[in-house]
Write a protein that binds this ligand. Structure first.
Ligand SMILES: Nc1nc2c(ncn2[C@@H]2O[C@H](COP(=O)(O)OP(=O)(O)OP(=O)(O)O)[C@@H](O)[C@H]2O)c(=O)[nH]1
Length: 686
């Protein structure tokens, strides 16, 4: 067994990136059939390190046996370059763009399978969706890339596929991965047609001057209407659909047509290997053994192992420890050239140092300018995270620090709350990002958490002329110190069948939406555009949109800036004392209904005390809603049956005085369930 665990001969892999496809078993001739055979040796050392020992043994054994079989006569000539040359004109870099659930990941899987990049027995659904969470939710959260080999008209090609996340929260990542490509497959569900994110993603692709190949997916479904949907694409997006490809990713129909179209219609990268290095980072993740692994596309120049590289936005420099391609497992090579896609490991400590969109260049021969489009991650949605068990605070800190290594967009700072103890105020890109982080904390780090209602970042213009950003109502400057408050706004586009237009307009108007435009994009479908405060959207807007349209409407939003608004801080006082964790920033017009709902809910949830407890919603010192929790009363008259009335009055007076004293010194403990229930209510009402 020990022999099986010795590393495989490195010669099994070519070390020239231009010829970096793994060695192929040498069939009787070097014909294209040999070239198109499956990648038997697509394992790299790093990918093996990521597997369990028994898995590793099994994989080594397979590799070893295959290698042995090969040297025994039929297949591989180890050590000689018997490999496919892939010159730059034979490289195609493309991405798949689609609305959520239109079949992007399924199609990516089929492409990998058809090109033999992943063998059928290794195939599990959504191969590129690595995280458990992604598989369970059926959505792509992190980007993945894969290098495929395909022979078209006897000519071998290297196709680099970059899978993109489909959710609006990650549109920056989508835009960067598109910037790394020359073309894109636009996948549209033949039964559903154009949806909000189809449009948003197409616009991103057009901005990046990509060649777009239209693919109608799910034509196997009985409800598929390819002709109608093609017409819709032509009318709404303005793309010529005469050469659109009909496909069923599930049934494997039309997959070779797609691969041929990628080769024939998407232009190859331009060969700018002589220029100083410029490589665009389109993804990065943290590996506990090797530090950050950066996925990038070389735009100009070349990069090789041992080079000293420089990140132009983070201004940090590193030596390249390892460089390779993704096939889709990491496969080490010596050098990568302009036009190619690969990964680098350079002992980088945190993904924040190698952010998506940053440009890699050589330390000694820096490029004149960085690649355009880099943006810092700005969290848009904030919430407080508190451990249910206060002892878990250090674990929560550690878990957040670890997650942050892998997620440059996650921001957090410690927060203390009288009701919930020690916790963190965390910033996220959007609601899905927030849910993912919460779920990963609970699942991967075994923490049980209380989450406060999500809020947004307000800009407070103070009387001193200073502007402060505030995401926490309790940190809002006093009314006397602030001149105005600005809130973030988004432009939201909803695509809906015409039957639900009224109901969605009502929803947007209820949420302080400002109507912008309505257009019919097809006979039965309309697009509604509103300008809406982000704070109104972070609640249950998306759920409401789905339930009011029976699931048929879709939406997409973009941040459009800050605007001054009539916002106030709504405080909750219990027994005359303000309870900070229950304070919220709300629009003046909504303060009354929210105040009423909160006080009523608290009345139900706080246990009765020995004295009367007023529960009030206040704006500054003005009470706008009030409820009273009646006191638990001991029947002090029980024992004086038939007694004199003055005796009874005396007893009642004494009781009333006692209660008054109790009230003055009494403290009401608001139970944790009350906080949680109120936070839930806040999410619903806001
Ligand atoms: N009938 C049928 N179902 C399909 C086809 N392609 C995908 N599906 C199904 O559609 C659902 C969504 O597919 P995914 O590949 O996860 O969609 P996606 O676009 O990657 O979704 P996100 O990662 O969330 O953006 C899955 O249940 C697939 O099995 C197809 O050609 N025919």
């Amino acid at each position: 067994m020990a022999t099986l665990l010795t590393p495989p001969p490195k010669l099994l892999f070519s070390t020239d990136s231009r010829t970096c496809c793994p060695l192929q078993p040498l069939a009787s001739s070097s014909s294209s059939s040999a070239l198109s055979s499956n990648l038997s040796f697509s394992l790299s050392l790093p990918s093996l390190l990521n597997t369990t020992t028994s898995n590793r043994k099994r994989r080594w054994r397979r590799l070893f046996c295959q290698g042995k079989g090969a040297t025994n006569g039929t297949a591989v000539q180890v050590g000689q370059q018997r490999l496919l040359k892939v010159p730059v004109p034979n490289i195609r870099n493309f991405s798949i763009i689609a609305h959520i659930d239109h079949g992007k990941s399924t199609l990516a899987d089929k492409l990998l399978e058809t090109t033999g990049t992943v063998q059928k027995r290794e195939m599990k659904d959504q191969f590129l969706d690595n995280m458990d969470l992604e598989r369970e939710r059926g959505i792509t959260i992190k980007l993945q890339a894969a290098r495929m080999r395909y022979v078209c008209d006897g000519e071998p090609y290297c196709l680099n596929l970059i899978d993109t996340p489909g959710h609006v929260d990650f549109s920056y990542e989508v835009s960067r991965s598109l910037a790394a490509c020359e073309g894109a497959l636009l996948v549209v569900d033949a039964s559903q047609g154009v949806e909000a994110q189809t449009l948003a993603n197409v616009y991103l692709a057009l901005e990046n001057n990509l060649e777009i190949i239209t693919v109608l997916n799910k034509i196997d479904l009985p409800g598929a209407e390819p002709d109608r949907v093609l017409q819709e694409i032509e009318e709404v997006i303005g793309l010529d659909c005469s050469n659109a490809i009909l496909c069923s990713a599930k049934e494997g129909i039309g997959i070779t047509d797609i691969l041929n179209a990628v080769v024939k219609r998407i232009p190859p990268p331009t060969d700018t290997s002589q220029k100083p290095l410029r490589a665009l980072i389109f993804d990065s993740y943290y590996d506990p053994y090797r530090g950050v692994i950066v996925y990038f596309r070389v735009i100009d120049g070349t990069v090789k192992k041992g080079d000293r590289i420089y990140f132009m936005a983070s201004k940090k420099d590193y030596f390249v420890d390892e460089i390779g391609v993704l096939s889709p497992n990491q496969l080490e090579v010596d050098e990568l050239y302009a036009g190619e896609v690969g990964y680098i490991s350079a002992s980088i400590r945190s993904v924040a140092d190698a952010r998506v969109g940053d440009t890699i260049t050589h330390f000694s021969r820096k490029a004149e300018s960085s690649l355009p489009g880099y943006e810092e991650a700005t969290p848009m949605v904030f919430c407080g995270l508190f451990p249910v068990d206060a002892d878990q605070f250090p674990e929560l800190r550690e878990a957040l620090e670890k997650l942050q290594l892998n997620d440059a967009a996650l921001k957090f700072e410690p927060e203390t709350s009288s009701a919930m103890g020690f916790g963190f105020r965390c910033g996220f890109l959007g609601l899905l990002h927030m849910e993912i982080v919460q779920e990963r904390l609970e699942r991967e780090y075994n923490l049980s958490l209380i989450t406060t209602a999500p809020s947004v970042v307000y800009r407070v213009n103070c009387t001193s002329g200073e502007t402060v950003e505030c995401s926490n109502p309790s940190a809002l400057p006093e009314p006397g110190l602030r001149r105005s408050i600005e809130e973030p706004l988004v432009k939201i586009e909803m695509l809906t069948p015409k039957d639900y237009i009224g109901s969605l307009m009502e929803l947007a108007q209820d949420r302080r939406g400002e109507f912008k435009e309505m257009k019919y994009i097809a006979e039965n479908r309309a697009s509604l555009t509103y300008k809406l405060p982000l704070a109104e959207m972070v609640g249950d807007f998306f759920d409401q949109l789905k339930s009011r349209s029976k699931g048929y409407a879709s939406m997409e939003y973009t941040f459009v800036g800050y605007e001054e608004s009539d916002l106030i801080k709504l405080d909750i006082h219990i027994n005359g004392e303000p309870v900070e964790p229950l304070a919220t920033i709300v629009h003046k017009d909504k303060a009354y209904p929210i105040g009423r709902a909160l006080t009523q809910k608290l009345k139900e949830l706080i246990p009765r005390q020995m004295f009367k407890v007023p529960i009030q919603a206040c704006i500054g010192s003005k009470v706008i809603a009030s409820e009273a929790l009646s006191a638990i009363r001991k029947d002090v008259l029980a024992k004086c049956y038939g007694g004199d009335i003055t005796r009874k009055k005396k007893l009642l007076k004494k009781q009333a005085e006692g209660k008054k004293r109790m009230k003055a010194i009494g403290k009401v403990d608001v139970p944790q369930e009350a906080f949680m229930a109120v936070l839930k209510l806040e999410k619903e009402v806001l």
